[in-house]
Design a protein around this ligand. Structure first.
Ligand SMILES: Cc1ncc(C[n+]2csc(CCOP(=O)(O)OP(=O)(O)O)c2C)c(N)n1
Ligand SMILES: [Mg+2]
Length: 656
């Protein structure tokens, strides 16, 4: 392809990309637009690959380490025949689509490796390049990295190994667009000079304008000739390139165009030749898929005599707010305490940790931007804690406890240091971002660690209380799990809350508002009422458990003891054992891999020695699978996490 043709293709792909993100209602326009020219040159000109034979052993590989650039990958895969753009655009990030929020190699041919957790692709690329060397295979491995991604230490471990192995069949491309989520890279964590860093790791470095097709083509040609060293192409780019109101704007990292007018403006700016009819057709197809998915997901719900869904059925009225707001409110309120400081990991706005300083600029000196470096965040927090500070960090749950688990284990827990981490966006609440961003394992990972403290509150109100308790009352390592999506508010500021003690929630009588139909007391105050079943839950599943209690009473006249185990560690064993003794029929409910929470409850239950009858236990959760992209409530339904599902399983367990 000549330069002109490449430019025309890149323009068209930019338009498709923006349209796809618009149809999805979420996604990453900024970083997909900045990489598009490079993607076009790689797939349309440089790489040898064959869409009819995606696993052809001799193919050149392109590893998209920065997985959030997925829509750019999908458009270039469509452009080269791996899939149909008329599927990509309307299906992106929707239920059961192969076009996940972050690429999934098992669902879409042409995706070399699933990604989404930054900092892992270069190491994978080293593996691919090493094997080519060993077996004398003539392919080149390319790896697309984003700039903020370079803040992850694992990138430099990979870079070091590639330099040492003299991998001249490996080419890394850094999309150096100057911006990440929290702001300009220079302010979040200045990683310059990137060129000298790669050179120090024994790489050949080429710096180019990442939007100049000629320079891009030449850089890849030069890399091909380069011997004995891997090549790093540092591409200076513009985030949001091609769309006037997105260019160089931090705010366009991870949001879709909001309305038709914005979409039209973006498409006009890109000035690709795509017709209005095509745009209409895609929007129409997208809307139809949305409707079908709503119906399909709902169809998985067990049916009862009436509709008990939130705010649909009579007396099912609740307000909904995201629990993350409660975390932010608490931090703001207690932030005057000079011991408290916060650590940002380039996702501070959406997880609400920046509420600490938002209205209190004097606190800014106690805010440390660590960059996208979750391992270091825990280590630094530990160092601060040793001197009496109370460091509070946070990021997506997956990265807050999985990425840095050994730092949690060795530095935080083994030393019993007083650090606090927010595991935001827990469970499936990030919905459309997909499996890589859905935290489903934190309870298992953290509960097993000695000295650990673990809070999993139900709603915004309880999250506020739990945040204050874990930061100010608990001494030692602590983690609070909360969510992104709005969830039902089922407690009030007056609802009892005591760290380490469960709440017992009992349905009493129908009230105009759902939450008022229940009475809540501390487990230590509760007197046995010989219920038919106990549902022991944590987090958002407590609200589902309450709804299940409601259905069980209304439809079947069964009484349910709902136990809100908001503190998972230390565990209120007495409350569990009382449920065993009084009732003996228990369902656990978690928005987590099944058994992470359930097994903790089951093992405590089995310790009860005075069983009158055999103990019956069942567990609701996500059954040994990864999540997927879809709106959170659709996922709750298809994954079997709703009150309707709990009720059905409760009936089976009771033997009704
Ligand atoms: C390990 C990890 N931590 C955090 C995130 C959340 N995250 C997604 S994109 C992003 C910032 C991206 O900025 P940059 O790397 O510069 O990408 P670009 O500007 O090219 O979009 C962050 C923090 C993640 N995906 N993985
Ligand atoms: Mg960037």
């Amino acid at each position: 392809m000549d330069i002109k043709q490449l430019e025309t293709s890149a323009k068209r792909m930019r338009a498709y990309n923006i349209l796809a993100i618009h149809c999805a209602g979420s996604g990453h326009p900024g970083g997909t637009l900045s990489i598009m020219d490079i993607a076009a040159v790689l797939y349309l000109e440089v790489m040898k690959h064959d869409s009819r034979n995606p696993n052809w052993p001799q193919r050149d590989r392109c590893i998209w380490s920065a997985g959030h650039k997925a829509p750019a990958l999908y458009t270039v895969l469509a452009e080269t025949g791996y899939c149909d753009i008329e599927d990509v655009i309307p299906q992106l990030r929707k239920l059961n689509s192969p076009f996940e929020g972050h690429p999934d190699s098992l669902k879409l041919p042409g995706v070399e490796v699933s990604a989404g957790s930054l900092g892992q692709g270069l190491g994978y690329a080293v593996g691919q390049a090493l094997d080519a060397k060993e077996r004398n295979l003539d392919y080149t491995t390319y790896c697309i990295l984003s700039e903020g991604e370079l803040e992850e230490g694992s990138v430099w471990e990979a870079a070091m190994s590639a330099g040492n192995f003299k991998l001249d069949n490996l080419v890394a491309i850094v999309d150096k667009n100057g911006l990440q989520i929290d702001g300009p890279t220079k302010e979040v964590m200045d990683i310059d000079p990137v060129d000298r860093k790669f050179e120090a790791f024994k790489w050949h470095v080429i710096t180019i304008d990442g939007h100049d097709m000629r320079q891009i083509v030449d850089a890849f040609a030069q890399a091909k000739k380069n011997k004995n060293k891997p090549t790093c192409i540092i591409a200076k780019t513009i985030k949001g390139k091609g769309v006037s109101f997105m260019e160089n704007q931090v705010g366009w990292h991870g949001v879709a165009t909001k309305n038709r007018q914005q979409l039209d403006q973006a498409l006009a700016d890109i000035s690709a030749e795509i017709s209005t009819e095509f745009v209409e057709k895609m929007l129409d197809k997208s809307a139809k898929i949305n409707q079908t998915n709503v119906v399909q997901a709902k169809a998985t719900l067990p049916q009862f005599s009436t509709n008990y869904w939130w705010n649909e059925g009579e007396q099912m009225k609740v307000d909904m707010e995201p629990t993350r707001i409660g975390f932010g409110q608490a931090l703001e309120e207690i932030g005057a305490d000079k011991r408290i400081c916060t650590l940002h990991a380039d996702i501070s706005g959406s997880i609400k940790i920046s509420d600490f300083e938002k209205n209190n600029p004097d606190r800014k000196s106690r805010v440390y931007s660590i960059g996208i470096a979750e391992q270091n965040m825990v280590s630094v927090a530990c160092g601060l804690a040793r001197n009496g500070r109370i460091p509070v960090g946070g990021t997506y749950g997956v990265f807050a406890c999985g990425r840095n688990w050994d730092q949690w284990r060795t530095t935080a827990c083994y030393n019993n240091l007083n650090i606090k981490m927010a595991g935001a966006h827990g469970g499936i609440s990030v919905g459309a971002d997909g499996a890589t961003h859905q935290a489903l394992e934190e309870i298992s990972l953290l509960n097993i660690l000695p000295n650990m403290h673990l809070a999993v509150p139900v709603d915004i109100v309880e999250t506020k209380k739990a945040t204050k308790a874990i930061i100010l009352d608990v001494v030692g390592p602590g983690y609070i799990r909360y969510a992104r999506e709005a969830t039902p508010i089922v407690t009030t500021p007056d609802t009892p809350y005591k760290w380490g003690l469960a709440n017992i929630i009992r349905y009493r009588q129908v009230k105009p508002r759902f939450a008022d139909a229940f009475e809540t007391v501390l487990s230590t105050q509760y007197k046995n009422e010989d219920e038919d079943i106990a549902i022991i839950a944590c987090g958002a599943m407590v609200a589902e458990a309450m709804r299940a209690a409601y259905i069980l009473k209304q439809e079947f006249n069964f009484e349910t003891r709902v136990i809100n185990m908001h503190t998972v560690k230390p565990l209120d064993r007495t409350a569990i054992q009382a449920a065993v003794k009084d009732i003996g029929v228990i369902i656990t409910a978690e928005e987590h891999q099944t058994g992470g929470f359930g097994s903790i409850i089951a093992s405590a239950a089995c310790m009860e020695k005075q069983l009158a009858e055999p103990l019956k236990i069942d567990m609701i959760g996500i059954n040994d699978r990864f999540g997927q992209s879809a709106p959170p409530w659709q996922l709750m339904q298809i994954l079997g996490l709703t009150a309707e599902h709990i009720t059905k399983r409760a009936l089976a367990l009771i033997g009704a």
